[in-house]
Design a protein around this ligand. Structure first.
Ligand code: 6GU
Length: 222
């Protein structure tokens, strides 16, 4: 079973996200264990301080090393992969989700406020951003990453059902239809009703390719 530990100052943000739908089922079926840790509890400061002003001056508060270092030290072992969530990290994509789904133990650190002490990077194996925009903290990013990984774990969703997800092979998904055959004058493409599996596979590949050319040409240039 994969284990995920998340370090955050806002544990309540996770209420709901991991207790619904597929992630909830994965937890109930012991495919993954997810623990949320408030690293404020590791602060040795009498007031449980976790941040301080930046050396050299500037705006805002900076997360200090001590609570995060101590929390990580209490959680990590030889097999842990420690990941820092930060807008200047490596941009997340599906291929990394597949790689991380092979890990036994992930530890995700959510930055917050104006930033964190640069030395926190020294205890991390990987730094991830989920895209080129700025969030108020790493929490939403950690939810995105955990969701995308957990659905790939064996036995979480139907075997093979993510084989043709968008982004596998750098292609977007092909269009799908269900009943009725005609809805408000819009018809299901004839080929999908033909029962000819070879033709259907060809049609779907062509649609994927066409759609990717139109919407995400950047994917095809890889
Ligand atoms: Cl991981 N953190 C924050 N604060 N903003 C982000 C991000 C992470 N990824 C994209 N924007």
């Amino acid at each position: 079973m994969m284990k995920v530990d998340i370090l955050t100052l806002f544990p309540d943000m996770y209420n709901g996200v991991f207790s619904e739908s597929i992630i909830k089922r994965a937890i109930d079926n012991q495919k993954v264990e997810i623990n949320i840790h408030n690293f404020r509890n590791y602060s040795k400061d009498i007031h449980h301080k976790v941040d301080d002003t930046p050396y050299g001056g500037g705006n805002g508060m900076v997360l200090t090393c001590q609570p995060i270092f101590d929390c990580i030290a209490s959680l990590r072992n030889e097999k842990s992969k420690v990941i820092l969530l930060t807008p200047d990290g490596k941009v997340y994509k599906q291929s990394l989700a597949y790689d991380l789904a092979k890990e036994e133990h992930l530890i995700l650190i959510c930055g917050h406020y104006e930033g964190f002490d640069e030395r926190i990077r020294s205890i991390c194996d990987l730094e991830i951003s989920i895209g080129d925009y700025v969030l108020t903290g790493g929490e939403l990013a950690s939810m995105v990453i955990v969701d995308s990984i957990v659905r790939l774990l064996p036995g979480v969703i139907e075997e093979g059902s993510h084989l043709n997800d968008s982004f596998n092979d750098n292609l977007l998904d092909y269009p799908t239809y269900t009943k009725p055959r005609i809805y408000q004058g819009m018809e299901v493409p004839e080929v999908l009703l033909s029962g000819d599996h070879k033709k259907i596979a060809e049609y779907r590949y062509e649609e994927s390719l066409q759609r990717t050319k139109e919407r995400r040409p950047d994917l095809l240039n890889k």
